[in-house]
Write a protein that binds this ligand. Structure first.
Ligand SMILES: [Zn+2]
Length: 296
């Protein structure tokens, strides 16, 4: 669990416990008081629930303390919502500041996404993935495949943003080129930067952008393999983007690494019309510009 979610949950729990104590104290003022050596019952004036105080299974609540009723539960869930409304965004912001997402993509979100035919199917898939994401158990990722300019990176970032907002998960962004660079920096071609490795393999959600654009040498292949293999074994989710289809990835990166990727990350085609071109054309109005096939 990342430190932001941990401290959100701890602070929220504290707030909820305070609210529960206040509700119990308030209740106790309205009910018979005293040090009881026998089981006593009363009806809660708030919710009408039968309450117990004293021995037996209510001993847990302590001497002279009434059992919890619906009023206490209501106070707890109200406090949790209040805390969330007041403070959750602060934790989301802190998480987002730690993602390493390049400035150009940092504002991408499902809300701001310009919807085009090309992106719609992929977008729906990613929205559902984000909604269903479970920080404790999601091991599968997504492989967003499509030509350059189709909006894959924006979509990957928007997905990570939704997961951060909805589940307080900490994503980490790396382009495969920077990943390889960072790992090998200063190491004479040997894997050197162990901090970067630790961060990448431990990330709750990794975005590995532009897979296949790194220059594949024996060393860069080893970096990618280590990261992907480790995350595969630890069942940690990764969102990949690539201009290559699955077969091309196999040719480029090799069979074993590609198999690891597609076993855990469903390939989603983000293609058809070029995203940037489609937006530009839409803005030009109805008169379509003559288009050529995009260079490959
Ligand atoms: Zn009550």
């Amino acid at each position: 669990m990342n430190r932001h979610r941990t401290s959100f949950l701890m602070q929220r729990d504290g707030h909820v416990q305070d609210a529960a104590d206040n509700a119990r104290n308030e209740l106790a003022r309205q009910l018979p008081s005293g040090f009881m050596m026998e089981v006593v019952t009363a009806t809660c004036p708030g919710c009408g629930q039968e309450l117990t105080r004293g021995f037996g299974d209510k001993l847990f609540y302590g001497w002279g303390r009434w059992s919890d009723c619906q009023c206490v539960e209501n106070a707890k869930s109200r406090a949790a919502t209040e805390f969330s409304n007041a403070h959750r965004q602060r934790f989301v912001d802190a998480i987002w500041a730690d993602t390493n997402v390049p400035k150009h993509f940092r504002a991408s979100s499902f809300g701001t996404f310009e919807r085009t035919d090309a992106i719609n199917a992929g977008l729906a898939y990613c929205e559902e993935y984000a909604r269903a994401f479970d920080p404790e158990s999601t091991a599968t990722g997504i492989l967003l495949v499509g030509r350059s300019g189709t909006g894959k990176t924006s979509l990957a970032v928007a997905t990570a943003r939704a997961i951060a907002e909805q589940h307080l998960v900490q994503p980490l962004f790396y382009s495969s080129v920077t990943l390889v660079d960072d790992f090998l920096r200063g190491g004479n071609g040997r894997i050197f930067n162990y901090d970067a490795i630790d961060r990448t393999v431990a990330a709750e959600l990794l975005i590995l952008d532009d897979l296949g654009q790194e220059c594949v040498t024996e060393r860069s292949g080893e970096v990618l393999f280590r990261v992907i293999e480790y995350r595969y074994r630890e069942e940690r989710p990764t969102i990949f983007t690539s201009n290559y289809g699955v077969q091309q990835l196999r040719d480029h990166l090799g069979t074993s690494i590609t198999s690891r990727i597609v076993e855990r990350a469903a390939p989603v085609l983000v293609d058809g019309e070029d995203y940037r071109r489609q937006l530009a054309e839409r803005r030009l109005g109805e008169r379509r510009q003559p288009t050529r096939s995009p260079a490959r």
